[in-house]
Design a protein around this ligand. Sequence first.
Ligand code: PLP
Length: 258
Amino acid sequence: MRPVVLCFSGLDPSGGAGLHADIETVAALGGLAAVACTALTIQDSQRVHGFEPVSPELVGRQAEAVLADLPVKAFKLGMLGSPAMVDVVIRIVAAHPDIPVVLDPVLAANSGGGLGAEGLSKALDRLIPLATLITPNTVEARRLAATEDLETAIARLVSRGARHILLKGGHEPGAILRNRLFRGDTLIYESTTARLPGEYHGSGCTLAAAIAEGLASGLELTVAVRRAEEYVGTALSRADRPRPEGQFIPRRTGGLPT
Ligand code: PLP
């Protein structure tokens, strides 16, 4: 049986982020993505126009149906959208303490459009201690920890129970992009890559899904992170941009680049 990753994510109709990213990534790496769909968003390659959450009860039932039937080996948590959704996810994740959890704390799209209701950031605090890994970019880390200083942000997230933090540097200025992986507040892995030109829709979702697939396959965390970074690098280097003013959409699956 392929390693099954149960993803909680929203539908992005442009195909760049959310559940498309999860399904394509997990499948490309050899796994099976099961999805509990948390929201229907309205967006294109340029911006978020709105979203409507799925009822938390329905999301819980989607997840429970999958968990009762398939051998889920990792959870990947993406757009949750509201505190009520966070509570349902906590209930499900807490009932399966042996299944690793990758939490991408989605608050907004890369384009800047909000993807969360009032109180989401605070509600995610309750989920953080249940995650094997959280994958904030620097904007999300600052918002979650309510501080501008990144070292303080890491310390605050650890004090709230974060076990591993992958701090993604894509939103920081400069030609070199730096990701740092912490166990508690100890740096255990660091990577640097040259920044690609342009903006990429769904790059964070793709990275988190690839890590979750790695954990579902039994890879050690730093190995899963390194492999996921390589995978994302390839998907972004082959991305398409539908409009010159819009974001690139990663090419995560096979087919010859055009
Ligand atoms: N989940 C959904 C449904 C989204 O639409 C987005 C962004 O548009 C995200 C997650 C986060 O995407 P990114 O990986 O670009 O941060």
